[in-house]
Design a protein around this ligand. Structure first.
Ligand code: NAP
Length: 429
């Protein structure tokens, strides 16, 4: 049987799924509808990867080739659940694969967390990357100190963007509004708070190494290297070595600094009407467990960014586990005909390449279900649904127009992103 599949989401998980489906002969996979709620494809490649990491974005060229495959039909600017329901989509396809990522953020659950001046790092990242939903947001960069809670790779990305000289960012595809705000910033110090020991920091050794090699930033470490009781693997040994080396560095002092501070948690975000600082608590290890001590202090800061992990948002029609923040599934199958891939499936972990293998597992299961006759027979007309419900959908030609417009706007930058949804739609038309 030849099947028609809809893939929802055009980030790495969705596009690797499309790629694996295209690897199948036409007699197996006849057509793939690709949907995204934004007028532009790319997901985290466009809105998540740091602008000073252009090499990581190169995979988009390959994804764009898949979008132009004759078996692929693109429907961007279409939100499943708002423009079309899950059941309407399902009635027209043999199978759906949701690869919608994790657009929400975890919360700290402490006082003051939602004061003005306290934001999720996810919002800050989307803002500097020109996501249309965040382009009107303002972040106060008039403050001298910013505190980032969490010590993952997102925390390091954000710390770097906040401290790199604006000239280093001018040659990137960072959003224009972010470039203007960063050119005018007063930020001198970014403190990255890790609740655990140097041996358990969530950032990767590669990202830490890249940070240590930047000439324009002082990177300092405030940590205790004694009393480590966690087993340390190969990658973590490199990280530890780098952190030890950083802890001995003397700051040059004439440049912005990042302080990686360990064994510290935020107990409250402080401020009368907006963020003025954080109450911090020092942690210690007792029998291998992290425990808060009575040792508290106040750290002044005008901006707090919570980089404590992303969280998926539920989609009407799909079972969702609130505790883990992921959809309920078995190895990627929600039910025969409905599948998940990427962060929506496994939570916000891994790097872009992880999604290749994850998507392969989901596609394998989908094809096995098809071969076993478990998929239903779609009775709805997709052409009718598109005509009636999706008149504002942007196709691959529209995306090509946006892409060319953004690339041709400046000869010094890889692209100048259009960050307003209406303007994107105008260009697409
Ligand atoms: P992450 O790697 O899961 O890090 C989350 C951080 O938040 C951890 O340090 C965690 O501490 C901390 N945290 C969680 N709850 C906390 C709480 N209540 N109080 C204090 N700290 C808390 O998440 P992420 O940085 O958002 O990254 C998501 C994924 O994207 C990761 O797989 C990451 O590697 C990937 N990514 C990769 C790159 C890259 O390769 N360049 C760039 C960006 C993102 P504990 O460790 O103690 O739990």
């Amino acid at each position: 049987m030849s099947i028609r599949v809809a893939v929802i989401g055009t980030g790495p998980a969705g596009m690797y799924t499309v790629g694996h489906l295209l690897d199948q002969p036409c007699a197996v996979v006849e057509e793939i509808a690709v949907l995204d709620r934004l007028p532009t494809p790319g997901g985290l490649i466009r809105s998540g990867v740091a602008p000073d990491h252009p090499n990581t974005k190169r995979v988009q060229t390959r994804f764009d080739r898949s979008l132009r495959d004759p078996r692929v039909r693109c429907y961007f600017n279409v939100e499943v659940g708002a423009d079309i329901t899950h059941s309407e989509l399902f009635s027209c396809h043999h199978a759906l694969v949701y690869a919608v990522g994790a657009a929400g953020s975890r919360s700290l659950g402490i006082d003051g967390e939602h004061l003005p001046g306290s934001h999720t790092a996810a919002d800050f990242v989307a803002w500097y990357n020109g996501h249309p939903d965040l382009s009107a947001r303002a972040f106060d960069l008039g403050t001298k100190r910013v505190v980032i809670v969490g010590s993952g790779n997102v925390a390091l990305d954000v710390a770097r963007i906040l401290t790199l000289p604006v000239d280093a960012l001018r040659k990137t595809d960072i959003a224009d509004h972010a470039l203007v705000a960063l050119a005018d910033r007063n930020v001198e110090e970014v403190v990255v708070l890790a609740r655990g020991t140097v041996a358990t920091a969530a950032f990767s050794s590669t990202e830490l190494l890249a940070l240590t090699q930047l000439d324009d930033i002082d990177v300092l470490v405030d940590a205790d290297f004694d009393n480590l009781c966690e087993p340390v693997g190969y990658g973590d040994r490199l990280k530890l070595r780098l952190l030890r080396e950083l802890s001995t560095r003397t700051p040059r002092g004439d440049r912005r600094r990042i302080i990686l501070r360990f064994m510290t948690s935020p107990a409250a975000v402080l401020g009368a009407t907006r963020v003025e600082g954080l109450q911090l608590v020092r942690n210690e290890l007792r029998d291998g467990r992290l425990v808060a001590t009575g040792d508290r202090e106040v750290l002044e800061a005008g901006l707090v960014l919570r980089a404590i992990g992303y969280r998926a948002t539920p989609i009407a029609g799909l079972p969702f586990d609130e505790a883990s923040g992921t959809v309920v599934h078995d190895r990627g199958r929600v039910e025969p005909g409905v599948y998940v891939a990427g962060w929506f499936k496994r939570g916000p972990t891994g790097v872009i390449g992880t999604n290749k293998y994850d998507a392969a597992d989901t596609v394998k299961l989908l094809l096995a279900d098809s071969a076993a006759g478990l998929l239903g027979h779609p009775t709805g007309s997709w052409a009718e649904q598109v005509a009636n419900k999706l008149p504002a959908a942007v196709g691959v030609e529209g995306w090509t127009r946006i892409d060319e417009h953004e690339r041709n706007t400046s000869s010094d930058r890889p692209r100048v992103k259009v960050t307003d949804r209406a303007a994107l739609l105008d260009i697409a038309r």
